[in-house]
Ligand binder design. Structure first.
Ligand code: PLP
Length: 402
């Protein structure tokens, strides 16, 4: 007998199972619109040229060794990451009431923040948008949050934000509830609140004493401008909120597997910085002791060098504009085909994903009849589209909705 015989088979993770299914599909026309990774117009992964150049120079730099990093990460990295988020002129950084903790990409930053809130501040209630990135629930409950609540976000009829529903649900949240907010390029809907709507969300959260936990996985990748994509976070900081923001460098640097992330912590007052930092040190020490160095060295080298940083800015413009072009192409083709329904949302949505509004049965047919792989919710990764396959995809969508 084995002690493992009682272990139940866990459910597959949809996005990775779908990816595997697509990889195993031998149809030459197959299209992968599932997993959220950038692809070139040739359908290939892209190592940003500035990243390639920098990794070679790091590997060849004899003065760099493989000693442990500090528990909360390399200063050069956490400062660069927090500055990218909060801005060069951020008073919170200048006043030493904001700082960064290096993390295992965006997921690790969320987990670290959630662990702190649950263990050190006894927070138990969190809210996430309906729908949201599927991992929010697992990360927060895994960290010790016991009450998971949703706020309305997607309105299927308008294919946009259900803003009245969002405000109504957040207004019911108990004091101190942790509210997960997507900093930009909401995953999976591609719909962000307007600046006016962010102001209303901030008003409500201030009044109800709710804690904003931003998730920033797409800074710079969404619009091509990192400042624009950080607007909401900076606005909340300016208003005086204390908050957390999880940052991922997976998409905007194309460093998916290197697990480069940062948790930015903003407090009202610098007097709490040392104690809060020390508690993060203990949390990290118990979980994985020290963060990995390589990816974070690439990011800090690039962000801290004006010339390399310029080159990176060009790369994020290349990625974001290719996505915007594909949105327009897909929309134009569906229009030309006279595909039933409205499709304006495809060009209005922002970032990597589009919530197409296709239903589960239509998604099933796209997969089985056309070898086009997308999530059952109808979410597509726009980066999977290119000049060669966009017409095939548009015709397939047309076929399954008519
Ligand atoms: N948060 C959101 C909304 C995401 O879409 C992602 C990636 O898909 C992440 C966080 C974290 O990704 P990673 O852990 O790879 O940085």
């Amino acid at each position: 007998s084995t002690m493992f015989s009682g272990i139940e088979q866990g459910p597959p993770i949809e996005v990775f199972a779908l990816n595997k299914q697509c990889l195993e599909d031998s149809c030459p026309d197959k299209v992968n619109l599932g997993v959220g990774a950038y692809r070139t117009n040739e359908g290939k992964p892209w190592v940003l040229p500035v990243v390639r150049k920098t990794e070679i120079s790091i590997a060849q730099n004899e003065s760099i060794n493989h000693e442990y990093l500090p528990v909360c990460g390399a200063d050069a990295f956490t400062k660069a990451a927090a500055t990218l988020l909060l801005g060069e002129k951020s008073p919170a950084l200048a006043e030493n009431r904001a700082f960064g903790v290096q993390s295992l990409s965006g997921t690790g930053a969320l987990r670290l923040g959630a662990e702190f809130l649950a263990q050190k501040l006894s927070r138990r209630v969190f809210y996430f948008s309906e729908p949201t990135w599927e991992n929010h629930f697992k990360v927060f409950t895994g960290a010790g949050f016991t009450t998971a609540k949703t706020y309305r976000y997607w309105d299927p009829s308008s294919r946009g934000i259900d803003f009245a529903g969002l405000l109504e649900d957040l207004s019911q949240a108990p004091e101190n509830a942790v509210i997960i907010l997507h900093a930009c390029a909401h995953n999976p809907t591609g719909c962000d609140p307007s600046q006016e709507q962010w102001k209303q969300i901030a008003d409500l959260m201030e009044k109800k004493k709710l804690f904003p936990f931003f998730d920033s996985a797409y800074q710079g990748f969404a619009s091509g401008d990192p400042n624009k994509d950080a607007w909401a976070v900076r606005y909340f900081v300016e208003r005086g909120f204390e908050l957390f923001c999880a940052q991922s460098f997976a998409k905007n640097f194309g460093l998916y597997c290197e697990r480069v992330g940062n948790l930015t912590i903003v407090q009202k007052d610098a007097s709490t910085t040392a104690a809060v930092h020390s508690q993060f040190t203990l949390l990290v020490r118990a979980m994985y002791s020290n963060p990995p160095a390589f990816g974070s060295r690439i990011v800090s080298t690039v962000l801290n060098d004006p010339k390399l940083r310029e080159e990176w800015m060009d790369c994020i413009k290349t990625m974001s504009s290719r996505i915007i072009t594909m949105r327009q192409k897909l929309y134009d083709l569906l229009k030309k085909l006279n595909t039933p329904g409205t499709w304006e949302h495809i060009t209005q949505q922002i970032g990597m994903f589009s919530y197409t509004g296709l239903n589960e049965a239509q998604v099933k047919r796209l997969i089985s009849d056309f070898h086009i792989y997308l999530l059952s919710t109808g979410r597509i990764n726009m980066c999977g589209l290119n000049e060669k396959n966009v017409e095939y995809v548009a015709k397939a969508i047309h076929a399954v909705v008519t």
